[in-house]
Design a binder for this molecule. Structure first.
Ligand SMILES: [Zn+2]
Length: 411
């Protein structure tokens, strides 16, 4: 089937492997304990690179309507560092673009209203767009007007007609998750005011390669983005990238500023500088993509060796963070409850369920002080500092932290 894939951006046939992670369950398909005897559906997780435009992508194996249903259990507000990020974004955008009372701010993939709540506090009109009904319900409880729909040209036009055109649209960590990039991006052109701005945040492929972040690859994450292929996506819809910033989130993200082609926003030299930086990092050289898979196998070896040696030494190992990253890491490495006894997570919607594939049980964070593991693996390595601070108590019984990416680190 690999030969049947065409590039999501330039539509060229795509056959060149970036990394093949095998067959894995969907990362958010947590299992209820009373379903432990039922089977699971696994899908190939094989990332390809387009040798025409250098987009890295996984093929679409499951329809989004089946993924982002009411069982979707990711609530943004469970991460304090992500809330802090949202609050800083709000202040920065208000200052830079002079947004005043009554400005219309929209977020696409608004989750539980974690971002728009800050604009609401500043007396602006806010509209959230969120396909997961349970996330939208939580947002509405905060007073954040939220429409349960997928975003694209049609819904962009409809929301403009119903709620007014937008001064600012935020699209954080969603561009990589849409199967139809062209239609999705067209929606921003419909919804933005003539001088409006859209900001897109997404993990930068350059950092994924540099820091071996293969566990950010999962089925619902279709595209792995750099500026080079995106330039043509925006141009096709009459839009222009006028600035870009680097962010530390998710191991290295970009925040891209986009406006209508003829809007007055001046082009920042940062866009050309980032395109040059990508080129210097080898993103226009296929050899860069081809060496990635070898680095991934090295990480798997080191992680498995650590787990086997810990077990032989009679040590107990637990993990923190039942997120998509952890599921990719654990299932790709073929690890189960015999090597990682349990995973803890602050999100009650995941607790007392089993991780998909590995069937490792998920508990409340209090299980750590109860069971006192010798090692605590930090699966969301991007939240390392936050979690180390929260879980400092493990030092009191000699516990140590472990991260596997970008390389094995026991500390
Ligand atoms: Zn392409």
């Amino acid at each position: 089937m690999s030969s049947a894939i065409s590039c999501r951006i330039c539509h060229a046939p795509v056959t060149r492997t970036f990394v093949d992670l095998g067959v894995l369950p969907l990362s958010n398909a947590f299992i209820e304990r009373d379903q432990a005897n039922a089977g699971e559906v696994f899908f190939p997780l094989h990332a390809f690179v387009c040798d025409a435009c250098f987009l890295v992508q996984v093929a679409e194996y499951e329809q989004p309507a089946n993924i982002f249903n009411n069982d979707y259990v990711y609530f943004s507000s469970y991460s304090q560092s992500w809330l802090d990020h949202a609050a800083r974004y709000t202040e920065a955008m208000i200052e830079r673009f002079g947004l005043g009372d009554g400005a219309h701010v929209v977020e696409v993939a608004s989750n539980d209203g974690y971002l728009l709540q800050y604009f609401l506090q500043r007396d602006m009109t806010v509209t959230g767009i969120e396909p997961a009904g349970n996330c939208a319900a939580v947002a509405r409880q905060k007073g954040v007007h939220t429409e349960v729909t997928f975003f694209g040209a049609e819904s962009g036009r409809r929301i403009r007609d119903d709620r007014g055109a937008a001064d600012l649209i935020a699209a954080n960590n969603v561009l990589a998750h849409v199967p139809e990039i062209d239609d999705f991006v067209a929606g921003f052109g419909k919804l933005m005011k003539p001088e409006g701005v859209t900001t897109f945040e997404f993990p930068h492929l350059m950092r994924l390669i540099e820091f071996n972040q293969f566990d950010t690859i999962y089925h619902e994450h279709f595209s792995y983005l750099s500026l080079r292929p995106l330039r043509q996506v925006f141009a096709k819809q009459g839009l222009r990238m006028f600035d870009v910033e680097e962010l530390p989130t998710h191991g290295g993200s970009l925040r891209l500023f986009v406006c209508h082609r003829d809007a007055a926003h001046a082009d920042s030299p940062a866009v050309a500088a980032m395109l040059s930086k990508e080129k210097a990092a080898g993103l226009e050289d296929l050899a860069t993509y081809e060496s990635f898979a070898t680095n991934v196998i090295d990480i798997k070896d080191a992680f498995l060796t650590f787990l086997v040696e810990a077990r032989r030494a009679g040590k107990t190992v637990a993990a923190y963070g039942a997120a998509a990253k952890g599921n990719t890491m654990i299932n790709f490495c073929g690890v189960g409850p015999d090597h990682i006894a349990f995973v803890v997570d602050r999100n009650p919607a995941k607790q007392d369920r089993l991780m998909p594939g590995s069937r490792i049980p998920v508990y409340d964070v209090s299980a750590i002080s109860q069971h006192r593991p010798d090692y605590l693996i930090l699966l969301p390595w991007n939240l390392r500092d936050e979690i180390v601070e929260q879980m400092a108590e493990i030092r009191s019984w000699g516990g140590r932290f472990v991260t596997a990416i970008p390389r094995l680190d026991v500390f």
